[in-house]
Design a protein around this ligand. Sequence first.
Ligand code: PBG
Length: 309
Amino acid sequence: MRRLVAETTLEPRQLILPMFVAEGLDEPRALDSMPGVYQHTRESLRKAAEEAVRAGVGGLMLFGVPQVHDARGSGATDPDGILNVALRDLRADLGDDTVLMSDCCLDEFTDHGHCGVLAEDGSVDNDATLARYADMAVIQAESGAHMIGPSGMMDGQVGVIREALDKAGHTYTSILAYAVKYSSAFYGPFREAVDSQLTGDRKTYQQDAANLSEALREVELDLEEGADAVMVKPALPYLDVVRAVAEQVDVPVAAYQISGEYAMIEGAAANGWIDRKPAVLETLTGIRRAGANMVLTYWAAEAAGWLAE
Ligand code: PBG
């Protein structure tokens, strides 16, 4: 009877698996703060991606971890850089069996760890960064990404990426905009996952937890600039924002259950303080109930398996 009257669905196709691929690794590296998540080698990534797709996930979101970092994040626009070669691998293996997404941001590639290039005074240079994102998006599309995920929170990023993709003939490549991204303490484990070099914070370009109306303005701007879908991130501390965005827009809404949200449940479960599987499914159902059409979660493949049982 519960199944008969359930108002919220949770299906594998609604889940997107974020994955990390690192340059120069001989074997996958387990992440201390995210038990069960790995920095993959090109080979292990292919295998894990195949398994996730077989489990029915709706998409994969790929992050690259380069060996060399520099001020402009050169690895991001190198066609032979790790993210781009891995996109080629996965597109060749998986074709159109899943939606292949790529993180379009410089923080994984820069030696200062910021999401953009810096001006002389050390601040992030919004407009100089836009040019880098445009190049990055085109290379990612050429490498096989179906959907580009600009996550750097620079003003105007969706517009320049859309224009650059169209000019390069990638009119069918779509954009999942990280429209609403809060400056969050819960990104901690991710920074281990991508060997981030960041020492300060991102408060000059990520949003303040106290604000909701700002989130709705960010969404409006991204839609005007050509976003095909919008994302709210993190998920659990911002379910009211997910709800407000879902009510405001008529495009698909994604929510990203981030690394710290994952680590909290894994940590509590490892201590025997919480029952892992129902806790995970409860959070995913809650995010869906709040109005997210799709959820990025490090449990995507495993949860897809549970849902198919
Ligand atoms: C930026 C980016 C971040 C995450 C995804 N894309 C990190 C940040 O802003 O520090 C975080 C994802 C997570 O914590 O799981 N490229």
